[in-house]
Design a binder for this molecule. Structure first.
Ligand SMILES: *[C@@H]1O[C@H](CO)[C@@H](O)[C@H](O)[C@H]1NC(C)=O
Length: 494
């Protein structure tokens, strides 16, 4: 009898200890309140520091990127709240960097994918027509640099013809005045001729050189190209709460890599640190539904990490994901606030059933703060796409990339009409000063709000059967097509 009483006392004491141990159930207000700009900026400074380890970028598999993913994983491991893992694989990294001078003056050029490395200096000779036929190349191009207009046929064919004609280098100029956004020779080699080191310049500069040459002034150009192709081992970071229902996983993601051209503080340092800070603060609470955070690698090479992940989910694992939230660029310097158009009402491209309910959570959040929202299109240029492809309700936020802010947008959110949302998009200048800290803080709070809402309940989100992975759209693209998938996204509407 006495023994039994003793046992009861022990059991009661341990139940009490457990109850005290149990953290309070997360609420949207409590989680949001813990997000502040100081902590966000401290992470941003770390990312910038990491980019300095690898020539000012955090391209996938570089030292700067590796440091980024280790930083994320160690902070999460310290909380003891998550099961974390690196999901690793090998992917081919390629880089084409070029510089271009004419008569000693430097001009902007894009590197062309597959252009051979080299350093050539020679007079420039203008090619007839578009350089799509060998006969377009005058005999005097031999030993010189061929200047060719973009259009009609592949850039690679033009450059191969230049090589066949004996040119030592080639310059493609744009068929509009502007700088070209990105370019590639399209395939590693061509039967028509050998590739030569190549530059890719604005239409305005191309026409100016032709005018000089026609006026009798020689133009001597120097083209320097550094090309690199190598297999790199890289990893997604995945962190899942130990606690919460693992049959209703709330998934959220941002990409951890930058483009090779710059440190990527907004793209996508902003999303990376937004979900990181939310994940760290979430560890002070309990959740009813498990929450899983993803930091995708190699997004800038065409959604490689997210597609790899979804492709390798078992049929059973796919059914356990209740929804997916994506945060790619949430602090654009001249940004707006764009909510993914889950119901397709604004863009005509709805997400899978349930995406409308996700959209509503964000619209109500910003409404309650008297902030207007535009709509982001499920256009395929970020990591939501593989989830959308298999029917997982999706949503999220962004603040705009290369698109231009309208007059109405400037009225709603401030900033400058007629200027890109992010003037440093995919450039060297995407540094700390490029971050709109107000947007970074507001959107990180919105992420916290949504994680808490869904961490408590997924009412209104249907659990339809997920599609097989054969339907993944991006996996049908070539390496080159994937590489350019995320180059020019202009996916926002107001
Ligand atoms: C980055 O990490 C991968 C995987 O651990 C490793 O194979 C690679 O050598 C690292 N890269 C650099 C530049 O340190």
């Amino acid at each position: 009898m006495q023994y039994l009483a003793y046992l009861v006392t022990i059991l009661a004491a341990s139940a009490l200890a457990k109850a005290q141990d149990r953290k309070p159930l997360v609420t949207p207000e409590a989680l949001e309140d813990l997000i502040n700009r100081e902590s966000l900026l401290a992470h941003a400074h770390k990312l910038l520091e990491f980019s300095e380890l690898s020539n000012n970028n955090r391209a996938f598999g570089s030292k700067g990127h590796n440091a980024t993913i280790h930083y994320i994983k160690s902070l999460l491991d310290e909380t003891g709240y998550y099961d974390t893992e690196f999901e690793s694989f090998t992917y081919s990294y390629s880089e084409a960097k070029a510089t271009f001078t004419a008569n000693g003056q430097e001009f902007f050029t894009r590197g062309l994918g597959y252009s051979p490395s080299g350093d050539v200096t020679a007079p420039v000779v203008v090619v007839n027509e578009l350089g799509c036929n060998p006969s377009d190349f005058p005999a005097e191009v031999k030993g010189k640099i061929a200047l060719i207009l973009r259009g009609t046929c592949d850039l690679g064919l033009k450059v191969a013809h230049a090589g066949a004609a004996g040119a030592v280098g080639s310059i493609i100029y744009n068929n509009v005045d502007a700088e070209p956004i990105s370019g590639t020779l399209g395939s590693p080699s061509r039967p028509q001729g050998p590739y030569v080191p190549s530059a890719y310049i604005s239409g305005l500069n191309g026409k100016a050189f032709i005018a000089s040459i026609n006026a009798g002034t020689e133009v001597v150009a120097n083209i320097r190209v550094t090309s690199l192709v190598e297999d790199r081992v890289t990893s997604n970071v995945i962190a899942t709460t130990k606690q919460g229902d693992k049959n209703s996983i709330i998934a959220a993601g941002a990409h951890s890599d930058s483009v090779p051209a710059g440190p990527g503080l907004n793209d996508d340092g902003s999303g990376t640190i937004g979900i990181l800070e939310v994940a760290l603060q979430l560890s002070k609470f309990s959740v009813d539904n498990a929450v899983r955070f993803h930091w995708w690698t190699a997004e800038e090479f065409g959604l490689i990490g997210s597609e790899y992940h979804v492709q390798h989910l078992s049929d059973e694992a796919r059914q356990t994901i209740a929804l997916y939230l994506n945060f790619d660029m949430i602090a654009s310097p001249n940004g707006g606030i764009f909510v993914f158009d889950g119901d397709g009402g604004a863009t005509g491209i709805p997400g899978p059933p349930g995406s409308d309910a996700i959209e509503s959570v964000y619209r109500s959040y910003f409404d309650s703060h008297d902030i207007k929202t535009g709509s982001a299109v499920f256009g395929g240029s970020s990591d939501y796409q593989p989830f959308v492809d298999i029917g997982i309700p999706s949503g999220g936020l962004n603040t705009g990339a290369s698109g231009t802010k309208t007059a109405e947008g400037a009225e709603w959110w401030g900033g400058k009409a007629g200027v890109a949302y992010d003037v440093c998009y995919h450039q060297r200048c995407d540094v700390i000063e490029n971050l709109n800290v107000d947007l970074l803080e507001r959107n990180s709070k919105a992420i916290g709000h949504s994680i808490a809402v869904f961490g408590r309940s997924i009412e209104g989100i249907p659990r339809t059967r997920r599609e097989p992975v054969q339907t993944l759209r991006v996996s049908q693209l070539s390496y080159e097509e994937r590489l350019h998938l995320t180059c020019d996204h202009d996916d926002e509407r107001i």
